[in-house]
Design a protein around this ligand. Structure first.
Ligand SMILES: [Mg+2]
Length: 316
C-alpha cells in the first residue's frame, strides 16, 4: 500500500450534483423543502423531508431508484479505480449521509474501493422510513476549537460523522454547550468546514502511526475550505474551479501550506488526480515517474511554506 491517502468530498465531487437536492427534487418535494429551509437546520430538514415522503407513500425503493440516477461520470469511476490500483487509500468526508453515499457507490461498484466514509448517519428505521441523524446541526451552533482562519461562512459549521468517534464528539459538544440553540441556517450558508477540518486532523494524527505520508484532498464546497487549511507541505489540494471552495482559496492562496491544483470536470479531475498520485509515488520511491502521460495542469500556486468524522470502517 502506497503512503498516499486520497480524500474525496462526495456531492459535486464524486457525483456531479447534491445528493440531498437530487432526492428531494426527484421525488417531487422541492416546494416543501424550500418552504421549510429557512426554518430548520439542513440535516434536520432532510430528516423531516424523508418523513414527509414516507407519509406520502414514497418507499425506500423509490429513494434508491432516484439515487441510482444521480450523475457519476465514467472518468470519475476510472479515476477512483486507478487510484486504488496504484495503492492509494481512498476515503470520503461528506456532509451528505451514509445511506445516500452507500447506495450510489454500490450502484456503481465503487463501495469497496473506500476504506472509510465520514458522513452523517443515515439508516432505515423499523417503519421503513429513512432517518438522517442531524449531528451536523447540533454541532453547528458554536465554535468548536478550530483555530484556522476560516471565513465567517464556515465559522459555525460542522458535519455529522458516522462512527462512534464522531458521535462521541458531537455528544461531548452537546454536553459542553449545555442547551444547544439551533439557528436558522441552511448548508449553503453554514457548511461543514470546521468538522471536516477536524476529520482531516484526526486522519493526519493516525497517519503518523500508519506510515502514510501524503494527502490529496478533492472538494468543491465551503465545507472543504477548512480541510484545505489543514493540509501540509507535500500534500495536494484539488478544489473544483469556480465553486465555493475555489473562490475562498483563490481569494488568499497564501493561507494554504499545500499546492493547489484545480479541476473543472470529470476529465480534468482524473488527469490531475492521477498526475499528482504519480508525483507522490515517484517521490516516495525515488524512481522515475510510474506513469507516462501527457499531463496538462497548472497549480494555482506553489508555495514554499505551505490544509474530523461519521467514520465508518467499510467492511471489505
Ligand atoms: Mg461537495
Amino acid at each position: 500500500m502506497a503512503g498516499v491517502i486520497v480524500i474525496f468530498d462526495f456531492d459535486k465531487t464524486i457525483i456531479d450534483c447534491d445528493s440531498d437536492n437530487w432526492v428531494v427534487d426527484g421525488l417531487g418535494a422541492t416546494a416543501l423543502f424550500e418552504e421549510l429551509l429557512p426554518t430548520m437546520p439542513w440535516n434536520s430538514l432532510m430528516d423531516r423531508m424523508m418523513s414527509e415522503l414516507h407519509s406520502q407513500g414514497k418507499t425506500i425503493e423509490d429513494i434508491v431508484d432516484c439515487l441510482r440516477t444521480a450523475p457519476l461520470h465514467p472518468q470519475v469511476i476510472s479515476a477512483i479505480k486507478t487510484a486504488h490500483a496504484l495503492g492509494c487509500e481512498l476515503r470520503i468526508v461528506s456532509d451528505a449521509n451514509y445511506f445516500f453515499i452507500e447506495t450510489i457507490l454500490k450502484h456503481h461498484g465503487l463501495f469497496d474501493y473506500f476504506s472509510e466514509i465520514n458522513t452523517n448517519p443515515g439508516f432505515v428505521d423499523e417503519e421503513g422510513k429513512l432517518r438522517i441523524q442531524p449531528y451536523h446541526d447540533l454541532f453547528n451552533s458554536a465554535s468548536h476549537g478550530c483555530t484556522n482562519p476560516c471565513p465567517q461562512t464556515c465559522a459555525s459549521v460542522s458535519n455529522g460523522i458516522h462512527n462512534s468517534y464522531t458521535q462521541a464528539l458531537c455528544i461531548n459538544y452537546q454536553v459542553s454547550l449545555g442547551s444547544v440553540e439551533l439557528g436558522t441556517y441552511g448548508r449553503q450558508i453554514h457548511g461543514s468546514s470546521q468538522l471536516k477540518g477536524l476529520i482531516i486532523k484526526r486522519i493526519q494524527d493516525a497517519m503518523l502511526s500508519e506510515g502514510k505520508k501524503r494527502i490529496i484532498y478533492l472538494g468543491d464546497g465551503k465545507g472543504d475550505y477548512c480541510p484545505s487549511l489543514k493540509l501540509g507541505e507535500g500534500d495536494f489540494m484539488m478544489p473544483r474551479k469556480n465553486y465555493p471552495v475555489w473562490e475562498l482559496i483563490t481569494s488568499n492562496p497564501l493561507l494554504l501550506k499545500t499546492e493547489i491544483h484545480g479541476w473543472s470536470d470529470a476529465e480534468e479531475l482524473e488527469k490531475v488526480l492521477l498526475k499528482l498520485i504519480n508525483i507522490l509515488l515517484s517521490a516516495d520511491k525515488k524512481t522515475p515517474e510510474l506513469l507516462s502521460m501527457d499531463w496538462k495542469f497548472q497549480p494555482v500556486s506553489r508555495l514554499p511554506h505551505e490544509a474530523f468524522p461519521q467514520v465508518l470502517r467499510v467492511p471489505n
